[in-house]
Write a protein that binds this ligand. Sequence first.
Ligand code: GAR
Length: 203
Amino acid sequence: MFKIAVLASGGGSNLQSIFDSIDNGNLNCSVEMVIGSKEGIFALDRAKTKEVETHVVSRKEYGNKTSDKILELTKGKVDLIVLAGYLSILEGDILKEFKNKIINIHPSLIPAFCGDKMYGMNVHNAVIKSGVKFTGCSVHFVNEEVDGGAIILQEVVPVNFEDNAEDVQKRVLAEEHKLLPKAIELLINDKIQVVDKRVNIVK
Ligand code: GAR
């Protein structure tokens, strides 16, 4: 069975979409552990409800050893690390050990509205301010560059004049919940080739 670790920092609705996809037979993997970036986040409660192992690896406690601690927990235990609303940055050896085996969901059409400080509502506020007519979400591999790894899948949603950032967030999240399980399924079935910075999805 293909094994994944999920990292989260907040509500965990993307984590829930993984659990739901497994439960309804659309995703053939097991969530071995959920690692939270702080105590008290709802993502950890969702994991406990599913009787999945949980850990908290906070910057406050581990400082610049945070990624190493996550590597220690995951090395040899999982095939893929999924960042599902994980708002910290991974660095160091974990990126080498799990090369092309860490994916992230980002709530915009990368390379727009991404990079340093562009996460969560900051993204949707910037989208509204910019006047773009479309935004969306992206699943991409994680490398040394923030939101800079090869893009696996993207989905587009419209931005209407009447929308506020919360409206956009809701519309984008609905697509995230489909896109992330889809990307994981492609990886499970070995359907993804990375050529330089581009992903080819094998038919
Ligand atoms: C999601 O919109 C996700 O794309 C975003 O945080 C939210 C988490 O929601 N991630 C980032 O901004 C990463 N740069 P969730 O906790 O309900 O899954």
